[in-house]
Ligand binder design. Structure first.
Ligand SMILES: NC(=O)c1ccc[n+]([C@@H]2O[C@H](COP(=O)([O-])OP(=O)(O)OC[C@H]3O[C@@H](n4cnc5c(N)ncnc54)[C@H](OP(=O)(O)O)[C@@H]3O)[C@@H](O)[C@H]2O)c1
Length: 320
């Protein structure tokens, strides 16, 4: 299985990461176990979650995804085989959010407990927190790394300016640096990442693990209209894709998939994997069949012509 370095962290990861926001939401516990088992059986071992997943599902409060992963580690005794990424910072209840020293101290213990482990491979700031100084956040991460609770840190949903300034603080104050970025990025949503973040990541040698790699399932081609997606749990997220450009992208994905005897999801992931700055796209699966299709992307090499076709179909104005 192909592996890549995650920034300068010294951690090697496969070219695909399994997203965990479905655990406790669109995949119940037994189904989540099946998908996780199938991941390891496929030779992949990189899993992304967050403390806050999946609080949006009715009856949930956050922590459900980590809890399921923790039970799976315990049941299978396989913690050491997995590269585990989780996140901190989004609201988890009254006064529980952000990237302050005190809050991260408390949040990491809660995550470790739910995950039934004593370390996190990649601990990520889920979003920026401008009310806390970057030195304070990086300082507490330094302590957690020293204590062996965290191996490396990453950022998610940061602007290019704030990511660059965090990297400067790390360098000047001799603090650990964000080794990875987790941005929203896929064939449909390109500008947000390509306009400025991509350059910061390349210049600084960061790992990049984009989320919504399948545009919430849209890039599978299984929805052709907003009506098709109307009864799905992801209806709200899918709405923005049903436009002329979205349809053009689906057409070209379908054509490339037919030419290569592959599935559209595999082509969409292979396009991301082929971008020079991308380490491993993150995608979730709600069934073992979906997982197997996603894993197939790690074996798919897109010919230059296919990449060009997809680039043209998905082109949008880059503003910066
Ligand atoms: N940092 C952040 O702020 C942030 C935000 C969002 C997500 N994330 C991370 O990124 C991960 C991926 O995001 P995501 O899961 O929301 O979106 P995604 O990967 O773009 O879409 C995944 C969904 O597509 C569908 N799908 C997967 N494989 C398929 C196949 N072979 N054929 C047809 N449909 C398929 C499944 O949903 P259905 O079966 O329901 O159709 C699956 O749950 C998350 O799990 C999470 O770890 C991070």
């Amino acid at each position: 299985m192909k592996k890549r370095q995650l920034g300068h962290s010294g951690i090697e990861v496969p070219t695909l990461c399994l997203g965990g926001n479905v655990f406790g939401w669109t995949a119940d516990e037994p189904r989540s176990f099946e998908v996780l088992d199938a991941l390891l059986e496929s030779g992949l071992n990189f899993v992304d979650t967050a403390d806050v997943y999946s609080h949006w599902a009715p009856g949930n409060h956050g922590g459900e995804s980590e809890t399921i992963i923790g039970k799976w580690f315990k049941a299978r005794g396989n913690r050491s085989q997995v590269i585990l990424a989780t996140k901190v910072g989004l609201p988890m209840g009254e006064g529980k959010q952000g990237l302050s020293r005190n809050y991260i101290r408390q949040a990491v213990e809660d995550s470790l407990q739910r995950l039934q482990t004593d370390y996190i491979d990649l601990y990520q700031s889920h979003r920026d927190d401008e009310s806390t100084s970057q030195a304070e956040t990086l300082g507490v991460y330094a302590d957690l790394i020293r204590e062996g609770k965290v191996r490396a840190i990453g950022a998610s949903n940061f602007t290019a300016e704030r990511l660059q300034s965090a990297l400067e603080v790390s360098r000047k104050q001799n603090l650990p640096r964000y080794e990875s970025l987790q941005p929203e990025y896929n064939l449909h949503d390109r500008v947000g990442y390509e306009s400025a973040l991509e350059a910061v990541c390349v210049k600084n040698g960061l790992g990049v693990i984009p989320y919504f790699s399948l545009a919430s399932g849209f890039l599978s081609g299984k929805y052709r209209s907003a009506a098709d997606a109307a009864s799905r749990p992801r209806t709200e997220m899918l709405k923005k894709y049903f436009n002329e450009r979205g349809m053009r992208i689906l057409e070209s994905l379908g054509e490339v998939a037919r030419e290569l005897k592959a599935k559209p999801v595999q082509v969409a992931l292979a396009w991301l994997m082929a971008r020079p700055s991308i380490t491993a796209p993150i995608a979730s699966a709600t069934t073992v069949e979906q997982l197997h299709e996603l894993v197939g992307a790690t074996r798919l090499e897109l010919p230059h012509g296919a990449v060009e076709k997809l680039n043209q179909a998905s082109a949008e104005t880059v503003t910066a």
